[in-house]
Design a protein around this ligand. Structure first.
Ligand SMILES: [Zn+2]
Length: 310
């Protein structure tokens, strides 16, 4: 049950160290090793850039790949996920989005790229990517008992919501729908960062799997990027909730809304209003909880909002 809870509380702090690294084959930056296994195009090398440069548990990452030969398809395996890439004609590069779960231990994880050329031959390349441990804060929170000790009826409702969410999460678009930088959904200060370890009413523990904004009820909430409405409706913990599908397995969730202004299946542009903030569901007061979910893994929205993207 804990893993399906997505809601929030108080206090704030935010720090991020972001940069762009460029690693060309064979990359020999400290802690990073690349191994070219191309069957064609041996004279040219792969170029891989990623943002942010330094990854921690909870980080989203955008991977930019310029292969040595023209490809018709590109995918990768990393941290037991399949990373989906889309070609960007403007920059002549392939872009894929991925993420490191909060549970991922510090270490080095191999990114295995596999491309298909126009002649249907396969080209591969692999690179080690280091993950460090993030430092996330701990706080104590008090919420209504119905959220930590739900009744039989409330448990039924929670169970129903879980099915609704699981069903929605299974119908996502593998193609990239996002385009350009991700934009903050509201123009108000942050009230709690991602990753905070919370003790609810002195007992139940959870990790804060989103970013809270101190938005008073009725604040206009906009889409962080282009996408399609995957879910729009009331849920027990989340309150009035909108889920946007940005493609490539990337979703954004907007929780505790007082009003929803979009419908399931609707195509949304970045910056478009999707609802008004509120304090519905398990919330200690009005605020906006923004969550970023990639292939079932919750990632730090603050990091995603700082990336410079095509
Ligand atoms: Zn929250």
């Amino acid at each position: 049950m804990e893993s399906s809870k997505l809601s929030c509380a108080a206090t704030c702090r935010c720090c991020l160290l972001l940069a762009f690294v460029t690693l060309t084959a064979p990359p020999r930056a400290i802690g990073e090793i690349g191994r070219a296994a191309s069957k064609v195009g041996a004279a040219r090398s792969w170029t891989i850039r990623r943002q942010p440069a330094q990854l921690v548990n909870g980080s989203p990452v955008v991977i930019e790949v310029v292969p040595p030969v023209r490809l018709t398809a590109l995918s990768a395996k990393w941290l037991e996920h399949e990373v989906l890439f889309s070609y960007d004609a403007g920059t002549k590069a392939w872009y894929g989005i991925a993420g490191v779960s909060l549970e991922t231990r510090p270490g080095t994880y191999i990114l295995e790229l596999k491309g298909t050329t126009s002649r249907l031959s396969e080209v591969t390349f692999s690179q080690n990517i280091s993950v460090r441990a993030a430092k996330y804060p701990s706080i104590a929170v008090t919420v209504a008992k119905r959220f930590t000790e739900p009744s039989k009826e409330q448990l039924e409702r929670i169970h129903q919501d879980k099915t609704v969410k699981q069903d929605a999460f299974q119908h996502t678009d593998p193609e990239r729908e996002w385009s350009g930088n991700f934009k903050s959904p509201v123009d108000v200060p942050i009230s709690d960062v991602f990753g905070t370890r919370r003790t609810f009413n002195g007992k139940v523990q959870s990790m804060h799997q989103g970013l809270d904004f101190a938005a008073p009820t009725g604040t206009h909430v906009s889409a962080v990027n282009s996408g399609t409405v995957l879910l729009a409706g009331p849920l027990y913990f989340e309150g009035n909730c909108v889920v946007l599908d940005h493609g490539q397995g990337l979703l954004t969730l907007y929780l505790h809304l007082s009003e929803i202004k979009v419908k399931q299946g609707e195509r949304i542009e970045r910056g478009q209003e999707i609802g008004l903030s509120g304090g519905t569901g398990r919330a200690t007061g009005p605020h906006l909880h923004l969550a970023v979910r990639w292939q079932g893994v919750y990632l730090n929205p603050a990091t995603l909002l700082t990336l410079k993207l095509p």
